[in-house]
Write a protein that binds this ligand. Sequence first.
Ligand code: PLP
Length: 383
Amino acid sequence: MLSDAIACIGFSWIASPACTELETVMMDWLAKALGLPDHFLFSSGGRGGGVIQGTASEASLMVFLGARNDAIAKLQAAEPQGEPCELLARLVAYTSEEAHSSVERAAKLAFVRIRSLKTDEKHSLRGDALKQAIAEDRAKGLVPILCIATLGTTSSCAFDNVRELGQICNREGLWCHVDAAYAGSALLCPELRNFADGIELADSFNFNPHKWMLVTFDCSALFLRDASKIVEIFSADPIYLKHEFTGQPDYRHWQIPLGRRFRSLKIWFVMRCFGISGLQAYIRKHVSLAKEFEALILANGRFEVVEEVTLGLVCFRLKGANEATEALYRTLREDQRIHLVASKFHSSGVYFLRFVVCSSQCESKDIRFAHSVIMEAANKLAK
Ligand code: PLP
C-alpha cells in the first residue's frame, strides 16, 4: 500500500535515489539471508548485484538476452565479417526436460535454439547429459552459450545438479543460470541448503520472494555475477534520461521496462516484520506440514509418493496405471472442496497429483481435512 501510495516511478537513480538505493540494500540482505555467494552482492565490490524483476519468466528472458549478446560480441571479435543474425543462428542453450515452460518461451523470444535434456531417475539434470549435448553441438558447428538449471522443478520439485552443471559451464565458457523460482526461499534455512550445492559456480540466480517468502506479488529477485553483461546490452541513453551520478546502479539498464515501482519496500517490511527467524519458522512449518501429508498418504497402501518430499510439495498417486489417478483427479475437481494440480514426468509418463502447502494460514487440521477428502474420493472410486 505504501509503495503504491508514494507513486514513485524510479526508472533511474535520479528519479528516486531512495527507490534505487533501498533496492541495492535489500538485494544484499536477501543474498546474505539465503547464503548466496559473495559475487552476487553489491557490497562485495565486484561487478555483481541483484535487481527486482516482475517474474521468473522475465528473469530468464533477461539472462537469455544477456548470454546471447555476450556470445555474439565474442563471435564478432573472432569473425569480424560475421553478421549478428548469421551468428545468432549458431547459438544453442540447454535446460532440462523438466524445466518450466517460461524457459522455452524465453528462448523463443530471444530467438535462440534450445535443447531440453533428459534427466536422471530423480528428474535431475546431470553433468554427463550436458557434456554430451555440448560435444554433439560443437561437432555440428553450433556455439553453446547458456545452461538454465532448475532448483525445485514446477512438476515435482526436483533439483538439477548445479555443481556438475556449473563445473561444465565454467570449463566450456557457458553462462550458468539457476531458476529457483519456488525453492529459493527455502535457502533461508541452513539445514535445507544441500540442494543448492555448487551455487557458487552459477553466473546468475533467480527466485520469487512472492512465491514462498510472504512478499506480495510481484517480486522476483535476480542476482548477477557480472551485471555489466546485461547493463551494456540494455543501455540506451537519450538526453532526457541522462544524469551525472554514477555511484549507484541505474536499474533501467537491468530490466526490460523503463519505469519501475518501489518494490524493495515490500521486502523491507517483510524482513523487518518477520525477521530471518520468523521467515525460517514459516518455511520450516510448511515443510513439516508437507511431511505430515506424506505420512498420511503413505499410511494407505493404495497410494505411493513419486518424488522425495524435500520442501512443501508432495507428489502422490494411486499405484498402478495412470487411469486410476486421472479418475481420482476428476473426482476431486468435481467435489471442489480442495484444489490440486496434476502433472506427468516427461521421461516415464507417470501421472501424479501435486499437493502443495502454500497458504500462510495453513495448519495441521487443513492437512488432515485435505487428506480425508482425498481418501473419500479414492474410496468412492474403489466402490
Ligand atoms: N520457474 C519455475 C521453476 C516455476 O515454478 C515457475 C512458476 O511456477 C516459473 C519459473 C515462472 O514463474 P513466474 O510466474 O514468476 O514467471
